[in-house]
Structures are given as C-alpha cells and as structure tokens.
Design a protein around this ligand. Structure first.
Ligand code: NAG
Ligand code: ZN
Ligand code: ZN
Length: 432
C-alpha cells in the first residue's frame, strides 16, 4: 500500500468516525440533556431544600422498624396528596407506589427504602431520634426524602416525560426482604429498568460512585445445633461432648473459603454466636452456634451453604455428635447479589457527569454487605449506586449502622436531582 493510499484510508476513517460522533451529539442536543438541563434540574432541586430538610428531620425523629413504617408512610401520602401525585397504597403493608408521566411505556422505576434500625442514636443534636432504641442509622430517612423530592420535581416536568416514572417507597430493607414483598404486590409490572442509591460516608457530598457487575454480596444466615450426651465433667468417657465437636466444626468451616473457593472470588463465613453449657462441672447435652455466609455471586452462596452443612455434619460425626443445620428459610430467604446492569451503570455515570461534573463520578467499591435491591434485579435490569454524604465540617463521617451515624443534609437536593435526571433521561433515550 502506497503512502497516499494509506492517508486516503485514514481520511476516510476520520470522516466516518467524526460523522458518527456528530450524529450522537446531535441526538443529545435534540433532547436538550446538556448543561442547561443540568442547571435547571439542580436549581429546581435546591429550591426545595428547606422542605426536604424538614421532611427528613420529621422522619428522622420518628424512626419505625421493618413493616411498621405507618407514620412515615402516612407522612409521605400526605405530601403526595398535596402534590396531586397518584399512588397505590398499601403495597407490602406500609409501602407506596407512585406514578408520574404518560402512564404508558417505557416505565422506569426509582426505589427508596423507609425503615429504621433497632439502634440507640448517640448523636446529640436538635433532631435526634425521639424513640428510645430506634434510629435511622442507615440513612433510609434521607433515601425516602430524596425520592419524595424527585416525585415533586418529576411532577413539575410531567408533560415533558416520554413515558412513566414509577416511584417505590419500600418497607423493610433491613434484613426483612421488603423488596420481594413489593414485587409480589406487582410493583415491577411492565417496568423495564430500576434505579436506586444508598448514601455513602466514604464519598464526598456532591459526588456519586457506581460500578458495573456484582457490587454487593448474596447472603444468608444459619443456625446449628450440635447434640451429644451431657454428663459429669469429671467423667468425659460417660458423655458425648458437644463442646469439643462444636469447636472442631467452627474451625473446619474456616477452610471453606481458604481451600475451596477461587481466590479471585470473594466469599465470607462468619460465626457470630455460640451458646452452650451453664455450669463449670457439667458437660452440656448440646451447643448452638450460628452466623452468616456471603458470596459475590448467588451461585457461589448456594455452593457455600451446601458445603457448610456437609463439613459441620462430617466434623461432628467424628466426635459422635449429631448436627442440625438450619438456614432459617421461613424468615430469611437468602439475598441474591446486587449485580449492576452494564448499560444502566453507564447511564448513571453519564447522568452523574452531566449533573455533578466529570470529577464527581467515581467507581464504587465492592462490599460484602447485602441489599434487598438485588430482588428487583432478579426480575428486571437495575443499577444501584452510592451517593456521597461525607463532609468533615458537619461530621458526616460515620458508617451506616453506627450509633454516631450522621447525615450531611446537603445531599437531599442532590439525590432528588439525580433520581429525576436518571429517570427522565432514561425515558428520553428509550422511547417506544
Ligand atoms: C405515630 O403517630 C402516632 C399518632 O400521632 C403517635 O402516637 C405515635 O407515637 C407515632 N409513632 C412513632 C413511632 O413515631
Ligand atoms: Zn442498613
Ligand atoms: Zn441501608
């Protein structure tokens, strides 16, 4: 190939390449999702800041546990009524599903959780929890408020929406799988994508973090009863000692992760309680223990469960005991892993860059905690991301579930704006 031929080929390539770039820019300008749009959404959200702060403080002062979010739900319904936004209630007991837009497809879903924790708030401030032993220590008061804020903003723009935004105010995220109850009540019907976020004390206020693929773990709990034969501690040969059998079993399950799992695949086995015996001179008849299993894939979790049971049963049989392993499925269905759809993650990233600036969109770290948002992602593609609340000046640097957890309320309009733009831009780019 001669030099001139090569240059001609490059020119042709550049021509083709630049024309495709132009057409995609054209596409975005056509829908006006540019800096002007970003400013419009952000300033509309900032105008609602006082209202958002007051709603959030009201919820924060009156934390309610899983499936008991009666007052929280009533407050939200009153606000939705004031705004003239239609909703379905009750969904999964205390939940609310509101809908804004054309009423037809595409339907995109936004989700927030409403429940608090059985935790004593130790932060001394004006709007501290008024209920002893209960605290919005995971920021779900903020999640709920930001989704309400998005409802208001989207309602202001309802004639511009090219489809429908469905907003799920979900009960019982903390260990009670409220999401699967909401799904049973039909909240995902005809919907094609779902977005949600969690506040994050490691990311600065004004920034978000998102990653594709698995980001939060599948998890389950287990309880084990090891049964031997009790007797006098001075005559071990007349007993079958469940204490020793339990000790071997607990040590043996530690090898499951180190010896049976691909080192590049993350799993956790944690034993969190052991109960057995009442006297210093009696070998007890049985010992109980339990804990939690985690895996970054749902399949991995099921394999780990199977092996946990086999190893415990095998170990205690060496010591002449019997093991009864219970995964408590009646109360605790295993949580699947939170796995982000690649395209929806890219969508969040793009909207985040538009709204918050390119420097304020980070990659999210994987964490072995669970989140029942995963149940939605088993049904439709979804993206779950983090929204920053870290601000040294206000002291919002504590982990969720800490009694010192504190929110930077500046996040409230930012979260409302993110929800709004994520949904509106999605509808514009997925018109049927
Ligand atoms: C819910 O509201 C009722 C009526 O105002 C009140 O008596 C009750 O204490 C509230 N419960 C919580 C958890 O705030
Ligand atoms: Zn939590
Ligand atoms: Zn949470």
């Amino acid at each position: 190939m001669g030099a001139s031929n090569l240059i001609a080929t490059i020119n042709l390539f550049l021509l083709f390449f630049s024309s495709s770039v132009f057409s995609s820019e054209d596409h975005h300008h056509h829908h006006k999702f540019d800096n002007i749009y970003a400013k419009e959404i952000l300033s509309a959200a900032q105008k609602e800041k006082d209202w958002l702060v007051s709603v959030r403080r009201e919820i924060h002062e009156h934390p309610e546990l899983a499936f008991e979010e009666h007052n929280t739900s009533a407050l939200l319904r009153m606000e939705l009524d004031n705004l003239g936004i239609p909703y379905t209630y009750p969904v999964a007991k205390t939940g609310i599903v509101a809908q804004i837009g054309s009423g037809s497809r595409p339907i995109v879903v936004l989700r927030a959780d409403m429940d608090a924790l059985p935790l004593q708030e130790l932060v001394e401030w004006e709007h501290k929890s008024k209920i002893d032993g209960r605290m919005h220590g995971c920021g779900h008061d903020a999640h709920t408020t930001m989704l309400l804020g998005a409802a208001k903003l989207l309602n202001q723009r309802k004639d511009k929406l090219k489809g429908t935004v469905r907003l799920i105010f979900q009960p019982a995220e903390e260990g009670a799988r409220g999401a699967s109850e909401v799904i049973k009540d039909g909240a995902l019907e005809d919907a094609e994508a779902i977005f949600g976020f969690h506040i994050d004390h490691t990311t600065l206020t004004g920034a978000i973090a998102s990653s594709p693929g698995p980001i939060l773990a599948a998890g389950c709990v287990f309880e084990v009863k090891i049964v031997g034969v009790g007797g006098h501690a001075a005559l071990p040969h007349k007993s079958v000692d469940p204490m020793l059998a339990t000790s071997f079993a607990i040590l043996a399950v530690q090898q499951l992760v180190s010896r049976e799992v691909d080192p590049l695949h993350s799993q956790v086995v944690s034993i969190t309680f052991v109960k057995g015996g009442t006297a210093l001179n009696v070998i007890p008849a049985y010992v109980e223990f339990g804990g939690t299993l985690r895996s970054l894939t749902t399949d991995g979790l099921y394999h780990l469960r199977k092996r946990l049971k086999e190893v415990i049963e095998g170990q205690v049989s060496v010591h002449r005991c019997n093991a009864y392993v219970d995964f408590k499925e009646k109360y605790y269905t295993p949580y699947p892993a939170v796995v982000n759809d690649k395209d929806l993650h890219l969508h969040v990233e793009r909207v985040g860059q538009l709204l918050l600036g390119p420097d304020n969109v980070h990659a999210a770290e994987k964490v072995m905690a669970g989140e029942d948002f995963a149940f939605y992602q088993e049904i439709i593609p979804g993206a779950y991301y983090s929204i920053g609340i870290r601000n040294e000046k206000v002291g919002s640097v504590h982990s969720p579930h800490s009694p010192f957890f504190f929110l930077d309320e500046d996040v409230l309009p930012i979260g409302a704006a993110m929800h709004t733009a994520v949904a509106e831009v999605y509808l514009n780019e997925h018109t049927v």
